[in-house]
Design a protein around this ligand. Structure first.
Ligand code: HEM
Length: 459
């Protein structure tokens, strides 16, 4: 069972269109795209087998606007920076984020910030913003530095990187997100949380005993109970973790979030932060291990930084590390596709798209369009120097989205990445086993199927 969802305080534009039906295939037939199949699920299977190749093939066959069959029925994909700007900036308030993401996340992460539309979204985003101000951020950085140094010191010289960074990111979240110490309680929370995240991206959408969704629903019950128990201890107290900050955050009218709102925002925040960081750090490590010349280039800067740990005042430094991180997210966008639902009809590139259509933009393919990114499959961090970025469309690179829903944790993500690489590159030389061929699963989030074997040679 999901925890009860409190009544809404606002009438959102999405509410008004909530009962607009999904358009039928016939209503979308004027848009170029995949023909009807007797078993539409076959499209899903082809997509899952090779998400990038399949999306690229559709783009090449049909152009920047194409109809697609997917998990939930028929929808339309829009490719390119102009599409990203239209949908993410959402100037004409055409798109609902809540109705786009609900299909994937509602059962396990209902009422997270990304699952809200204006005006409700604006109020909540502002209220939560207090936890991303410089003072708490400075504190999180201290926790990150300590945790990273402790975690890395325990890594052996050959590791399966993905599970190792996943565990480290979870442990780091125990202190900076929840304000609890590493240990058995944090381990239990981590397990429940991992079950929720796995269920959210699972194929079976009902909580049938034995399935990931069933474990996810149980995980949610556990997490909700943990937060509900802890909230009274955090109200009215000082604390520099996200959870305590949310418990004491007030909106413009001075009102605190309700217990249920704190629970929903915390569950969502942890999900939004966890797999994205795990995926992006893994991709960066992979490309640096694969390209020793770029690794050395980044290490020169790390050495020039001097003795760590990373200081909050010097976050603007480590520009090369930042460029490597950005380039890895270009090649392996942690959120490969961003869903929305059109709440009114609109026209894009001469295609009329009816109200109710599930619309997706696609950072994964936009980040590899050759007219924007020459030789797009090549890892080259200098694409992100100020000089080389000149004239590039603002929405050509969108790993963090854009517009009102742009990632709220983006500075936290850069901070964790810099703290991590300062320690990692300063301590170890990274390499891959001889003849290693990477095999990244690109959807729902980029992840190496074999865990990514990495050698760490002490410097
Ligand atoms: C490399 C790491 C990360 C990536 C690539 C990433 C990516 C994204 C993207 C693409 C969105 C917007 C989705 C949309 O428009 O539908 C988003 C939203 C969000 N992210 Fe992140 N994220 C990362 C890390 C984090 C972290 C560390 C946190 C928290 C500390 C966080 C918190 C959020 C929140 C709260 C939202 C919802 C914002 C809103 O709807 O107003 N993210 N993220």
């Amino acid at each position: 069972m999901n925890a009860p969802v409190p009544p809404r305080q606002f009438e959102t534009p999405a509410d008004r269109y909530r009962r607009v039906k999904d358009p039928t295939l016939e209503e979308l037939l004027h848009i170029p795209g995949q023909p009807k199949k007797r078993i539409p699920f076959l499209y899903t299977l082809r997509f899952l087998k090779d998400p990038l190749g399949y999306t690229r093939a559709n783009y090449e066959a049909y152009g920047s606007v194409f109809r697609r069959g997917d998990f939930a029925g028929w929808g339309v994909t829009l490719i390119g920076p102009e599409a990203n700007e239209l949908v993410l900036f959402n100037k004409d308030r055409i798109f609902s984020s809540e109705q786009g993401w609900n299909a994937v996340l509602e059962r396990l992460f209902p009422r997270g910030l990304m699952l809200m539309d204006d005006p409700e979204h604006r109020v909540h985003r502002k209220t939560l913003g207090v936890a991303f101000k410089p003072e708490p951020m400075r504190h999180y950085l201290g926790e990150l530095n300590d945790g990273i140094a402790r975690g890395l010191a325990a890594w052996p010289s050959e590791i399966s990187f993905y599970p190792a960074i996943k565990k480290l990111t979870l442990d780091l979240a125990a202190t900076s997100f929840l304000g609890i110490a590493w240990g058995p309680e944090a381990d239990k929370i981590n397990r429940a949380f991992v079950d929720m995240v796995q269920a959210a991206v699972g194929v079976v959408r009902r909580p049938i005993p034995g399935t990931a969704m069933w474990r996810g629903v149980k995980g949610r019950e556990f997490m909700c109970a943990f937060f509900a128990r802890e909230i009274p201890n955090r109200r009215g107290r000082e604390g520099d973790d996200f959870f305590t900050q949310f418990c004491n955050a007030r909106d413009e009218d001075g009102k605190l979030l309700t217990d249920q709102e704190v629970i929903d925002h915390m569950n969502f925040l942890m999900m939004a932060a966890h797999d994205t960081l795990t995926s992006s750090l893994t991709s960066t490590v992979y490309y640096l291990a694969k390209h020793p010349e770029w690794q050395e280039w980044a290490r020169e800067e790390v050495k020039a930084y001097g003795d760590g740990p990373l200081s909050y005042e010097r976050l603007g430094e480590l520009e090369r590390v930042e460029m490597c991180f950005k380039e890895a997210m270009r090649l392996n966008a942690p959120v490969p596709a961003i869903p929305r639902r059109a709440v009114k009809e609109f026209v894009f590139m001469n295609h009329r798209i009816p109200a109710g259509t599930h619309v997706g933009v696609n950072p994964m393919l936009t980040h590899r369009l050759p007219h924007i990114w020459p030789d797009p499959d090549r890892f080259d961090p200098t694409r992100f120097t100020a000089e080389n970025s000149k004239g590039r469309h603002k929405y050509a690179w969108v790993p963090f989205g854009g517009g009102a829903h742009m990632c709220l944790g983006l500075h936290f993500a850069y901070m964790q990445a810099k703290a991590f690489f300062l320690e990692l590159l300063g301590r170890y030389r990274l390499s891959l086993p001889d003849g290693y061929q990477a095999d990244f699963q690109m959807f729902p989030m980029p992840k190496p199927r074999d865990g990514l074997p990495i050698r760490l040679e002490r410097l």
